[in-house]
Design a protein around this ligand. Structure first.
Ligand code: HEM
Length: 259
């Protein structure tokens, strides 16, 4: 702080004498606590005579390696920055070809470009994986050929109703213990009021599930008395039969005993 006041007082008096030498005020010993921290007070302050000091310092600084290494630097190191004219500047980059492209129109020159539009006439996948604009289409999406096979379920037979029935504790198996079931045993249970079916190696009593099946009774009865794994998987592989029919498990499908 002392140094600041000292420099301020001095600089006020100097305005009368323009030719006075530029003083350097060393205020290193002004720091009261003597610590090494660099504050406003312990920096050598070079005070200019002119208050109006808006001239930016030279960059790179006058004695820098950049200036000395430069071919334009002269030995006396009094370097005046050179102002570049148009011919010294780097030429602008060429205009990219895609900038001149009209969207949707394939020019002959763009055929060799990696960003070309996919060739529509040949049907090849040229340009796939590039940033090319995808081909537009006016064709409507194809209509589903097969009607969805969902049926209207009777009231009280929703998926939630089935979940409630499963957890109600009602006997949906119809057997006392889990059994080893051969295909011939399975075949005996192919009636609507006594339907067993095997899915993924497990045999379920599907009788009580029939009215709850969203695909309808008719479809489900196609697998009554036999292994329905393939039909089930091709129709709706995403359905978790194991979870939906856990309360209906009667046993495991085994091969016929060899005689
Ligand atoms: C007992 C085992 C089965 C269970 C637990 C079951 C369960 C289901 C479920 C939850 C749906 C509704 C799927 C959805 O909305 O995405 C469904 C739909 C359907 N199921 Fe099954 N299913 C079984 C067996 C079968 C079998 C064996 C067939 C075929 C023979 C079949 C044919 C269908 C059909 C056609 C639909 C309608 C598909 C659609 O929404 O387009 N299901 N089934």
């Amino acid at each position: 702080m002392t140094s600041y006041l000292r420099s301020w007082i001095w600089s006020g008096g100097a305005t009368t004498s323009v030719a006075a030498p530029i003083p350097t005020i060393n205020t290193q010993d002004d720091d009261e606590d003597g610590s090494d921290t660099e504050t406003e007070d312990n920096v050598n302050v070079r005070v200019e005579e002119d208050d109006d000091d808006d001239i930016a310092p030279a960059f790179p600084s006058l004695n820098s390696a950049q200036r000395l290494g430069s071919s334009t630097a002269n030995a006396s190191s009094t370097i005046v920055p050179r102002i570049l004219n148009d011919s010294d500047l780097m030429p602008p980059p060429p205009i990219p070809r895609l900038a001149a492209r009209v969207p949707g129109v394939q020019t002959p020159s763009s055929a060799s470009s990696s960003l070309q539009l996919p060739a529509r006439s040949t049907g090849t996948r040229a340009g796939s994986g590039s940033l090319a604009v995808p081909p537009s289409t006016t064709k409507p999406p194809p209509k589903p050929t097969k009607k969805r096979g969902k049926v209207a379920l009777a009231p009280g037979h929703s998926a939630l109703d089935w979940a409630n029935l499963k957890s109600s504790g009602a006997d949906l198996r119809g057997v006392d213990s889990l059994m080893r079931i051969t295909p011939s045993m399975l075949k005996e249970h192919n009636k609507k009021d006594d339907a067993w079916s095997a899915f993924y190696g497990k045999v379920y009593n599907i009788t009580s599930y029939i009215p709850f099946h969203p695909g309808g009774e008719r479809e489900l009865m196609r697998v009554a008395g036999r292994d329905g794994t393939k039909l089930f998987a091709t129709t709706h592989g995403w359905v978790n039969a194991d979870f939906m029919l856990d309360a209906c498990l009667v046993g495991f499908l085994v091969a016929e005993p060899s005689s």
